[in-house]
Design a protein around this ligand. Structure first.
Ligand code: AHG
Ligand code: MN
Ligand code: MN
Length: 339
């Protein structure tokens, strides 16, 4: 019989391992879980209540904004504002971070200890086609002392994250998170309205037989990437080749499948996107913390994603993430591409 546990109990049990914990992180994670539950409800009703389609606006990324993007962004932002504990909110959908004042409680200021980055809705282009989409979040401790959060609180290396996770809104809604003590997954029971523990201490296979990349970009890739993808297509049963190609176009969905079955996801730099397409703070860092906690690897082709020193909120990065031996292999192809 699978161990019965809810995400709220799991979070509190994890907190109890740290006597000095104030409970702020647990409250914050519980708030995010609630927001994901509410987004899941809207995603599942989207086709019925005319929340599909475009708003007619474009976001800071220059992408057309979907109504569900707006809903998810506003919900998460308001949840963070009201829940407290956050001194700065950084959303993929917003140009700048949103600094929040310390709370004044019982005649004294209580410092909000954390900052949060999130991609409120990942895979937006897939919303109207009923393809899995997701929400990604990343939490850091502030580095400034108190008061409204500052840019330096928001530009920390991924290795300094205290928690990271994502929700995937698919055939069921699953929330996956880590606080640095393993990767755990919870499946939403819509009747009980609870995220119930479905997998604890998830480990990604060291090598896989699946690769995920948008092959439409082939002619824009560097020689090393072209050679690596060609290598995966060669027939060599000893190394499980040819690999299968799986690409959904929602990072969270491709990542989640690879986390469970093994696989490498790649969004390389190319002639059009010299730093790749995916965002360091909202997508690459949180998923990299998760994959490393699960025994996988994540790099920009040269160094660990988590070691990249951020220079800008919406900074992009090439991303190679998944089974450790597959990521190491593509790094070898890139290291020798100019030889
Ligand atoms: P978002 O919807 O948050 O902008 O993210 C979309 C990203 C990611 O989810 C996916 O892996 C990638 O865009 C797909 O890009 P291409 O369509 O260029 O392959
Ligand atoms: Mn995204
Ligand atoms: Mn998004």
């Amino acid at each position: 019989m699978k161990k019965f546990n809810t995400i709220y109990r799991h979070i509190v049990e994890a907190e109890r391992k740290y006597p000095e914990a104030t409970g702020q992180l647990s409250d914050l994670l519980a708030d995010i879980a609630l927001a994901c539950k509410m987004i899941s409800l809207e995603v599942n009703r989207a086709g019925l209540i005319d929340i599909l389609g475009f708003t007619g606006d474009t976001n800071v990324q220059g992408e057309e904004v979907k109504k569900l993007d707006v809903y998810a962004n506003e919900l998460l932002t308001n949840m963070m504002k009201q829940g407290g504990h956050i001194c700065a909110i950084c959303s993929e959908e917003e140009e700048n971070f949103l600094p929040l004042e310390d709370k004044f409680v019982d005649n004294k200021y209580v410092t909000n200890k954390y900052i949060c980055h999130f991609d409120p809705l990942d895979g937006s282009s897939n919303i109207d086609a009923n393809v899995s989409i997701g929400t990604i979040f990343s939490i850091y401790k502030r580095v400034s002392d108190n008061g409204p959060g500052e840019l330096r609180d928001c530009l920390q290396k991924g290795v300094d994250q205290v928690a990271a996770g994502y929700a995937i809104y698919g055939s069921s809604t699953v929330l996956v998170y880590t606080t640095g003590d393993g990767v755990h997954a919870f499946t939403l029971d819509p009747t009980a309205g609870e995220f119930l523990l479905s997998s604890e201490n998830i480990r990604i296979p060291k090598r896989s037989k699946t690769y995920s990349v948008n092959e439409g970009n082939h002619n824009k890739w560097s020689k090393g990437i072209k050679d690596y993808v060609s290598y995966l297509k060669e027939s060599d049963p000893g190394t499980g080749r040819p690999y299968s190609s799986r690409y959904i176009g929602s990072l969270v969905a491709d990542f989640h499948r690879n986390l469970l079955y093994g696989g490498i996801f790649m969004y390389p730099a190319d002639k059009k996107n010299p730093d790749g397409k995916l965002r360091l703070m909202y997508e690459a860092n949180p998923l990299s913390m998760i994959v490393e906690q699960a025994g996988g690897r994540s790099s920009n082709g040269r160094i660990r994603i988590l070691e990249i020193e951020p220079k800008a909120l919406h900074q992009r990065t090439p991303l190679f993430i998944g089974s450790e031996e597959d990521v190491l292999a593509v790094e070898r192809f890139l290291a020798t591409e100019n030889n």
